[in-house]
Design a protein around this ligand. Structure first.
Ligand code: PRP
Ligand code: ADE
Length: 171
């Protein structure tokens, strides 16, 4: 299936010079959605994670169904001040700004292997910050999984030396 044809390209969003890869059109397509989740499941199953970590907000859209398919738990990585219990915190830079991510301190601990899932990797800042949260908890990153990789930004160079899976690559 041609998944790229289901991703809409919007120039100059949210800022001039950014070519936004819009996955809402993929999510809306029943066959495209099913095929995407099936592909992610097949590619990620061999990593045998204990948990899936998904980043707010678009990481939730793919991380949750993947966790369901792999029959493991899902842990939300959230923007600041959204999680109610004690959190670890990591700051990061975006392709268009800076932000901060948090994870509940009691979500994972030493001995857990987790798979970090997001819709897209651009500079890699979001994924790197999430890996730092895993490290703060003393757990292990089993791998990373993205639907879209913007290869020209070389985001995967920021990540630790573990498997990095992406379904679609754009230069
Ligand atoms: C987008 C995207 C990734 C991140 C990738 O999220 O969903 O999480 O940017 O960029 P990076 O590799 O340069 O860090 P965004 O922060 O725009 O939030 P959203 O998911 O709530 O739209
Ligand atoms: N997140 C960071 N960069 C992005 C892009 N170019 N398209 C969609 N989401 C993004």
């Amino acid at each position: 299936m041609d998944l790229k044809s289901l991703i809409r390209n919007i120039p100059d969003f949210p800022k001039p010079g950014i070519l936004f890869r819009d996955i809402t059109t993929l999510l809306q397509d029943p066959q495209g959605l099913r095929y995407t989740i099936d592909c992610l499941t097949e590619k990620c199953r061999p990593l045998s994670p204990d948990y899936i970590l998904g980043m707010e907000s678009r990481g939730f859209l793919f991380g949750m169904p993947l966790a369901y398919q792999l029959e493991v738990g899902f842990i939300p990585i959230r923007k600041p001040k959204k999680l109610p219990a004690a959190v670890y915190r990591a700051e990061y830079e975006l392709e268009y700004g800076t932000d901060c991510l948090e994870m509940h301190q009691d979500a994972i601990s030493s001995g857990h292997r987790v798979l970090i899932v997001d819709d897209l990797i651009a500079t890699g800042g979001t994924a790197k910050a999430t890996a730092e949260l895993v490290q703060q908890a003393g757990a292990t990153v089993a791998g990373f999984c993205f639907v879209v990789e913007l290869t020209g930004l070389k985001g995967r160079k920021q990540l630790p030396d573990v498997p990095v899976i992406s379904l679609l690559q754009y230069d």
